[in-house]
Design a protein around this ligand. Structure first.
Ligand code: SF4
Length: 207
């Protein structure tokens, strides 16, 4: 049975919710296309730029970008080439591993990120029509599904350090890099701790 079958959906709440999410994914495509209008970017280029902007600099690699976008390495390179040609992103070699290419924004890229400040807001505004209890239930339910998909290796979920099992807050008090990550065995500045990490592992069950 497919969730595209309307009679089957009448019998299955999970199928109905699944179809709702598929319809929403179509709406999100249309919304994101309208939200990047005037920037000269495609929605996927905007996502790539925002990935570089909000990911810890030492984790903002081509491979991680491919995972975040859910595309192949070759496709991610194609997306990046457009951003590099527009002078928005620069590629550098990781000082720790010469096989890894790291990405960073140029000043022009920073400026475009400012203009993308409302990227995703239309969806937020649509959801804001729900009351607080409905939003909380939706967050809990969808959060569980998203983390399950992450466990299955289908999705990347990146979050800042606080709340991660590997995070040691203020492990070196007074240092410019006071925090520590047990996973990558590295000290972190406060600014880096606030940027997203694809290896974030919640210290309590996800909502
Ligand atoms: S694994 Fe956790 S503590 Fe380490 S950098 Fe990522 S989010 Fe921060």
């Amino acid at each position: 049975m497919t969730i595209y079958d309307p009679l089957y959906r009448r019998e299955s709440r999970a199928a109905r919710v699944g179809m709702t999410l598929l319809r929403m994914s179509q709406a999100v495509k249309a919304l994101t296309a309208s939200e990047v209008a005037g920037t000269g970017l495609t929605p996927v280029q905007a996502q790539a730029l925002l990935f570089v902007r909000y990911t810890k600099p030492f984790l903002a690699s081509v491979g991680r970008l491919a995972e975040a976008l859910g595309v192949t390495h070759v496709t991610a390179i194609g997306v990046l080439d457009g951003l590099v040609r527009h002078g928005l992103v620069e590629k550098t070699t990781s000082p720790l591993d010469r096989r890894v290419t790291l990405l960073r924004l140029t000043p022009a890229g920073e400026e475009v990120c400012q203009r993308l400040g409302r990227f995703g807001h239309t969806l937020e505004e649509a959801l804001a029509q729900l009351d607080e209890a409905e939003l909380e239930a939706l967050e809990r339910g969808l959060g569980a599904v998203v983390w399950g998909l992450r466990e299955a290796g289908v999705l990347q979920v990146a979050e800042p350090c606080r709340g991660c099992v590997h995070f040691q807050e203020n492990a070196a008090p007074g240092s410019p890099e006071p925090h520590h990550c047990r996973l990558i065995q590295r000290y972190l500045s406060e600014a880096d701790a606030k940027l997203a990490c694809p290896d974030f592992t919640p210290s309590r069950p996800a909502v």
